[in-house]
Write a protein that binds this ligand. Structure first.
Ligand SMILES: [Fe+2]
Ligand SMILES: [Fe+2]
Length: 166
């Protein structure tokens, strides 16, 4: 009996649930902005549920290992995004005169490098003496340690654009 179809289906389930998660989170923000408080809560609740499904699929794919190995995978994924995907995406967006998309891709590329550095640092010091929170820029995804900067170094958003993630 072949398990190939199931392996492929797990990948599709993981990708689709992950997309639904991000989509619902954005829909929740839009609902909040439009004053639909309850609908915002609904989108957030279902987003959380999609996250459960995505994580279940990922576990069943057998790709989740120890933290040390996960850090290595996370580092490699960031480097691949920075070096392999985004440079081509930026060029193509520029060629098609989608300058707003090119800008978002350029920032994402720069932020991926930052994410990679953070993972690299974490690999070097798996157990840190000091426990610090992270602050994530809500505009570009830049991640700061300890405190939010006055201005995001990538997109220049100001301090209140940063969200603390403990
Ligand atoms: Fe990243
Ligand atoms: Fe930013």
């Amino acid at each position: 009996m072949s398990e190939e179809k199931t392996s492929k289906n797990l990948k599709v389930a993981y990708a689709e649930e992950s997309k639904a998660l991000a989509r619902n989170r954005l829909f929740a923000e839009i609902a909040d902005e439009e004053g639909y408080e309850q609908i915002g809560k609904l989108f957030r609740a279902v987003a959380e549920a999609e996250s459960v499904h995505a994580k279940n699929a990922l576990r069943l794919m057998g790709e989740v290992k120890t933290t040390e190995e996960n850090l290595q995978v996370a580092f490699e994924n960031e480097m691949a995004a920075k070096n392999d995907y985004y440079p081509g995406f930026i060029k193509e967006a520029e060629a098609e005169e989608r300058s707003n998309v090119a800008l978002i891709f350029s920032r994402a590329r720069d932020v991926e490098e930052r994410h990679a550095q953070l993972y690299k640092g974490a690999l070097d010091y798996l157990v840190k003496e000091e426990i610090v929170d992270y602050y994530v820029c809500g505009v570009c995804g830049f991640v700061a340690e300890k405190d939010a900067p006055d201005e995001c170094p990538i997109c220049q958003a100001d301090k209140d654009a940063f969200k603390r993630v403990g």
